[in-house]
Design a protein around this ligand. Structure first.
Ligand code: M6R
Length: 611
């Protein structure tokens, strides 16, 4: 949700910033802007549309200066127009700011600035108030840092901010409150960004800013303060992440690359958690057998795809650990007055570790005394840092908005946690534990086999490209999987896709079926297979075009469905990790065949840092 980059040093600031923004475009891509201090003025360029339009403008008319800030936007307040794009600036164009987050009290502040100080607002954004507030205090204080300190005290909400002033060509101020921000430092240089991927090309010495911190840089000297102006001593962290990991690596799309990375990253997620005896060791999880005995309820809370992984985690934990598990979406859970206490374990699942809804649940759960274990892909993310226990998926950077490798590694992580808890509690036998670990270790090879059949999936995708709607059905864990299949299709191909528990169809949804409506029927569960075959017959009888996904050997389904995708035989709990892959690729091909922007679907952003 919006990406920000700032630079102060000896390089051309606009080049560093545009390069950084290109790595952050996944966070928002409806408009972009940049402001550079030229020594005599703030040169501000803002364009609606993709970053390339702004880059084109900057190529044609160069921006000279070694201090600047930039932004790529996912609109919340005000349409994605040139004028609403960031940076925002004061009326005299002396102050420029970029903002990621939401200023919740902006209406109140706007009212005050308009009526008390006669400020004229140019945009419909919440962020513009920040530029005017800094300007007001700067005129009084004649000190940029002090002006920012006074400003942040008046703001409510979530904000990562970068601020520069026309007459301060060697100063930049950064603020973090509930929106991610990191600062990379090198000799005589500082680069700010919403995410380290935009910085690593310049330096690997990174300061992860915490909430309530202000990072002030002047002529190569850096200092950190809290909002009251107290100095904070903080060490930078050396980040050892490969740059290659965040590039397309020969594929045309990030999504495609990320789907094909699944065998490797699933293996990484598993192997890094096994000790020399092949037992699970959870490094950053400190939950003992005694703790587990006191836990009488588990919540798994997340959003979108991460929630869908949580649905599978619920099955696994209830089956293996024998503790009731409630899986819920973060935006609803938080306002449902949940019954949480010290005997509750809250498991949060979030690829980015920055999702605002999930982060809010974390804080509320901790306040109510619950223990919070998070599963996240981003080391140093807010959710990781604020949780009691953390399980890192080893998926590597996921750039495509549609989540794929994060999902499968989240499922694997939840299963490993379930197995670890269960063996500690004694609710499974050592034989079962060993057998499941072996099966998990074998899953990567089977995913490779599923990936080999991409031509088959492409052919099936052709049957979807003209459809208005598609349905996904399944039973048991497959009904959770159906939700993920439907989400993948709708978010990148804009085909209306809905998921139903197959047994529920006859209670209403079956009325939606028309001649030729595509239905993906997931029938991987041994115990439920025959029931699924009956459900397939029911939808087929109403004219649906059925694509079934089943385990090899279950040939009966070929007699009923129009097309069948067979996946290798596997344990019922694990087989969804195989079955989701064809659905990811079908969604991918539908999007490609429809000529859509696979990696940056309309209206979406990768990291949703607003509630
Ligand atoms: O970063 P998170 O895992 O917390 O993100 C949660 C959802 O926003 C995310 O999974 C979203 O649904 C994806 N676009 C799905 O592909």
């Amino acid at each position: 949700m919006c990406g920000i980059v700032g630079y102060l040093g000896n390089k051309n600031a606009s080049e560093v910033i545009l390069n950084g923004l290109s790595k952050l475009e996944y966070r928002g891509y409806d408009s972009a802007g940049i402001a550079v201090n030229t020594g005599s003025c703030l040169d501000i360029r803002k364009k609606s549309g993709r970053l390339a339009i702004l880059a084109d403008d900057v190529t044609k008319i160069k921006m000279d200066g070694t201090l600047g800030i930039g932004h790529t936007r996912w609109a919340t307040h005000g349409e994605p127009t040139d004028v609403n794009a960031h940076p925002h600036f004061s009326e005299n164009k002396e102050i420029a700011i970029v903002h990621n987050g939401i200023i919740e009290n902006y209406l109140e502040l706007k009212e005050e600035l308009t009526h008390k100080y006669g400020v004229k607002f140019l945009t419909q954004t919440d962020s513009e108030v920040v530029a005017h507030l800094v300007d007001k205090f700067y005129k009084e204080e004649k000190d940029l840092l002090e002006a920012v300190k006074n400003t942040v005290k008046k703001l409510r909400g979530a904000f990562a901010l970068l601020i520069i002033a026309k007459d301060r060509p060697d100063e930049i101020v950064a603020v973090r409150q509930d929106s991610p921000l990191v600062a990379g430092v090198a000799e005589g240089e500082v680069v700010f960004a919403s995410d380290v991927s935009a910085i690593l090309e310049y330096t690997r010495d990174i300061f992860y800013l915490d909430n309530g911190e202000i990072f002030y840089s002047k002529a190569g000297k850096n200092q950190i303060f809290d909002f009251d102006g107290n100095k904070i001593d903080k060490e930078s962290v050396y980040v050892d992440l490969s740059l290659e990991a965040a590039s397309k690596g020969g594929y045309d799309y990030f999504m495609e690359k990320e789907i094909y990375e699944q065998p490797r990253v699933i293996a990484e997620t598993i192997e890094r958690r096994l000790d020399e005896n092949g037992d699970i060791k959870l490094d950053n999880i400190y939950i003992s057998k005694e703790d587990l005995d006191n836990i009488n309820k588990i919540y798994i809370i997340a959003c979108g795809t991460a929630y869908h992984a949580g649905l599978l985690g619920k099955y696994a934990i209830e089956k293996l650990v024998k503790v009731p598990v409630i899986a819920d979406i973060a935006s609803e859970f938080r306002y449902s007055d949940p019954m949480i206490d010290k005997n509750t374990l809250v498991i949060l699942v979030s690829q980015s570790g920055e999702t605002a809804d999930t982060l809010s649940v974390l804080r509320e759960a901790e306040q109510k005394g619950a223990r919070v274990l998070s599963i996240t892909n981003v080391v140093g993310s807010s959710i990781a840092r604020e949780s009691h226990d953390v399980f890192y998926t080893w998926a590597g950077p996921e750039i495509s908005v549609a989540s794929t490798k994060a999902y499968t590694t989240q499922i694997v992580s939840l299963y490993m946690i379930a197995l670890d808890f269960a063996i500690k509690k004694g609710t499974i036998t050592k034989e079962y534990y060993r057998d499941m670990i072996d099966k998990l270790r074998g899953v990567s090879k089977k995913v490779e086999k599923v990936l080999d059949k991409k031509d088959e999936y492409r052919e099936i995708a052709k049957k979807f490209i003209k459809s208005q709607s598609a349905f996904y059905i399944g039973r048991g864990v497959d009904s959770g999987l159906a939700m993920e299949g439907a989400l993948k299709l709708k978010e990148i191909s804009y085909v209306h896709a809905e998921a139903f528990s197959a047994g529920e169809l006859k209670h209403g949804p079956i009325a939606l079926l028309e001649e030729g409506t595509p239905v993906i029927a997931i029938a991987t569960q041994s115990k439920l297979f025959e029931k699924m075959v009956s459900n397939i017959q029911e939808v087929k009888a109403r004219g649906a075009y059925v694509v079934a996904i089943a385990q090899e050997g279950n040939d009966l389904v070929s007699k009923t469905a129009n097309d069948v995708i067979f996946v290798p035989q596997e344990d019922d709990l694990i087989v969804p990790i195989l079955a989701v892959v064809p659905m990811q690729l079908i969604a991918f091909y539908v999007s490609v065949l429809r000529g859509l922007d696979v990696d940056k679907p309309r209206n979406l952003a990768k990291s949703v840092t607003v509630e």
